[in-house]
Write a protein that binds this ligand. Structure first.
Ligand SMILES: Cc1cc2nc3c(=O)[nH]c(=O)nc-3n(C[C@H](O)[C@H](O)[C@H](O)COP(=O)(O)OP(=O)(O)OC[C@H]3O[C@@H](n4cnc5c(N)ncnc54)[C@H](O)[C@@H]3O)c2cc1C
Length: 419
């Protein structure tokens, strides 16, 4: 069969929308129709809720949806990582969980980081012990966004202590709504509580909820992490919602508010370059040579990074695998945030330390200064990004003295959990 043309895709989507789209439908009901039709994820395989279209033709279908204001599948938050991972590595039974992710009926979280393993994620020590019905899980996770209302968690746990650290891990779907899973919020220094600690005590994972094979955990987790980097890029467009009159838009707005709650301060964490020139003007500091120079540095860095991101998006649209731009972009984002924070501090001087309503921009500048450090830690520290760039992009030798080849049981670690 010949590949569909742009015209045929446009015609088909338009005809389907004319039959099915109505803003008076409930959000979940509409999305169930959309998922069943394959137009919700047109680039996914036909066997799994998609149409098997190229990224270019999928974009055409999305354009037609936007033209009539039709709401898309649930596309905010950690659930995207779960969907991408299950699509690539899930069993048929697990892939049947995809529709409820796409309709937004199920919420997910990512159970990777632990108090003793952040940069060294493969050194984690939450254990999953096999029994005749599946696994019993014990351990602690941290920095878990959305855990407080998640239905399921993507869990990375150790199933073999005698293999080297990367090979003894397995990947599971953990039912978060079971006894033995306790979620406690973490309060940050900027006042928000966007993350959680998750304490797992004798929680159960049934056999069909192992993703991939036993020992494949690291390989599966790499898929999740690759999509996490892309998610950071997509978050820029999350503020843009389909809007209009009708029940569906109200429900979409409510969903957006809940899912975006943990990310409210993320624009501040990125440094708010967009405010710099207006702030310099309104405070009368625009004529100061040092201030001008700080602003110029932040703007130049931001512009150059945006062009790199555009190159990455173009490569993705051509169906090419993720390149070095992801690691470069992450490190660049930290530099931009710090440059912007410096420029804000030089504009507002001591006033920038005033938090709350009395501070500049109702405390927003102070919020920027205490949120920016998160940028260099979350999602991989700057030092780790530099290691990745050195080894994978520049081809430099790996760090000597690694522990990647010895049994995990013999690895020195700072975790309190014994094998
Ligand atoms: C705001 C925020 C949000 C987060 N969100 C999430 C989330 O949603 N999900 C999640 O799973 N995790 C999340 N994290 C956790 C984050 O991924 C870890 O904090 C991060 O990977 C660092 O790990 P760590 O805190 O254990 O520090 P460590 O790994 O102990 O690092 C301590 C210091 O040593 C340096 N270092 C470590 N190893 C090396 C090395 N090989 N070479 C050079 N320097 C090194 C680090 O750069 C750092 O400066 C978040 C963290 C923050 C602050």
């Amino acid at each position: 069969m010949s590949a569909p043309s742009e015209d045929s895709v446009r015609r088909e989507v338009r005809a389907w929308l004319a039959e099915n789209w109505s803003p008076d439908l409930g959000l979940a009901e509409w999305r169930r129709r959309l998922v069943a039709s394959g137009w919700g994820c047109p680039a996914w395989p036909e066997a799994w809720y998609g149409r098997g279209l190229s990224p270019g033709l999928a974009a055409v279908a999305e354009e037609e949806m936007r033209a009539v204001g039709a709401v898309g599948v649930a596309q905010f938050g950690v659930r995207l990582l779960a969907a991408a991972t299950l699509l690539e590595h899930g069993s048929d039974a697990q892939k049947k969980m995809l529709p409820r992710i796409l309709t937004g009926e199920d919420t997910w979280c990512q159970l990777f980081s632990e108090p003793g393993s952040g940069s060294d994620l493969a050194g984690l020590s939450t254990r999953a012990t096999a029994d005749d019905q599946g696994w019993i899980v014990n351990g602690q996770k941290v920095w878990t966004t959305s855990a407080q209302h998640a239905d399921y968690g993507m869990l990375l746990a150790r199933t073999d202590w005698d293999l080297p650290k990367h090979r003894g891990l397995s990947y599971f779907v953990l039912d978060m709504r079971q006894p033995g899973v306790e979620v406690r919020p973490l309060r940050q220094m900027n006042g928000y509580a966007s993350f959680n600690e998750v304490f797992i005590t004798d929680a159960r994972v049934r056999t069909p909820m192992l993703v991939g094979k036993v020992g494949d955990g690291w390989k599966v987790a790499l898929t999740t992490l690759a999509h996490e980097r892309r998610l950071a890029d997509r978050m820029r467009s999350w503020g843009r919602l389909e809007r209009g009159q009708g029940r569906i838009y109200d429900e979409l707005q409510a969903e957006h508010t809940t899912v975006m709650e943990p990310y409210k301060w993320y624009p501040q964490r990125a440094g708010r370059v967009d405010l710099l020139i207006d702030r310099a003007r309104s405070t009368g500091r625009i004529g100061d040579a040092v201030v001008r120079q700080e602003i110029a540095k932040a703007l130049m860095l931001e512009r150059a990074t945006e062009w790199t991101a555009q190159r990455a998006r173009a490569a993705l649209a051509l169906g090419q695998p993720p390149g070095p731009e992801g690691s470069l972009g992450k490190l660049a984002a930290s530099h931009i945030a710090r440059a912007a924070a410096r420029a804000h501090a030089s504009i507002s001087a001591a006033d920038s330390m005033l938090a709350g309503e009395d501070g500049p921009e109702q405390g927003l500048i102070a919020e920027i200064l205490i949120s920016v450090p998160a940028c260099s830690i979350a999602g991989g520290t700057d030092e780790i990004q530099r290691n990745i760039i050195a080894e994978r992009v520049l081809g430099m030798p790996k760090e000597p003295g690694g522990d990647a080849d010895i049994p995990f049981r013999d690895v020195r670690r700072n975790s309190t959990q014994a094998p």
